[in-house]
Every structure is written in structure tokens, then in C-alpha cells.
Design a protein around this ligand. Sequence first.
Ligand code: THU
Length: 133
Amino acid sequence: MRDDIFLIKAAISARQIAYAPYSNFLVGAAILDEKDHIHQGQNVENAAYPNGICAETSAIATMIQQGGTRIVKMAVSGGNGELLCTPCGGCRQRIREFASQDTRILICDANGLKEQFTLSDLLPHSFGPENLD
Ligand code: THU
């Protein structure tokens, strides 16, 4: 899909400005929101290691800052293509807050799409805002 390619390119370009001097593992993410806007993020590490943030978390913060409220689709670019760079557990839950079970997450390396999953593939039987109603 043409839309997918645009989002994938946004994730790959975000990855190029990741701040990852400790792991040297660069990750970029891009979110398509409900207004058709794209929000990018990249991992931002810290000398106090646990304070680093993932690319997905950074992209979500950018989306909220720019007025988006829903993740319609997301692309993540990390790694060299041998192993997939899927979102970590914490990021899956953060994505869950703003996405639907059938939201597609496009997993990419530096060159393009490797595989895609729905959020429910990555985080089945999840807990979300409606559980608090
Ligand atoms: N990382 C992400 O940004 N997203 C992922 O999906 C997996 C891991 C980051 C965290 C850390 O900066 C580096 O990759 C190595 O774990």
C-alpha cells in the first residue's frame, strides 16, 4: 500500500537521528493518526541507562503533543533484518492505550518492511482504558 510505504520511510528516517550511543541500536518509529498526520520518534538513551526511552514511546509522546489521539497504524524500524525489531513489552502496552486490536504494526529494518502484526498479535488479552469504566 502506498500509505504503508510513506509511513515506513518516516520510521526509517527517524531512526537516522536516534540517540543511542550506549547500545548503538538505532530505532525509529512513525505513527499515522486519525487526522492522517504522521508523528515520528526515535530511541533516546541516557547515561543513566534505565532513563532511556524507546522510539515507540517517543513517537507516542510526539503524537499527543501535536494533537493526535489515535494510532491508526504504526511503523517501527530497527535492527539489521535478521531478527525482527518488535516493540518491547512496555511499548506494546503504551501503544495499546491509543490503538485498536486490529491496528497494524509494520516491522521494518533499515531497508523496508519485514513483517506486520496487529496489536492483538503482539498483546493478546490486553488491559486497556475500557477496563476502568
Ligand atoms: N528499542 C526501541 O527503541 N524500540 C524497540 O522496539 C526495541 C528497543 C531501543 C531501546 C534501546 O535504546 C535500544 O533499542 C536497545 O534496546
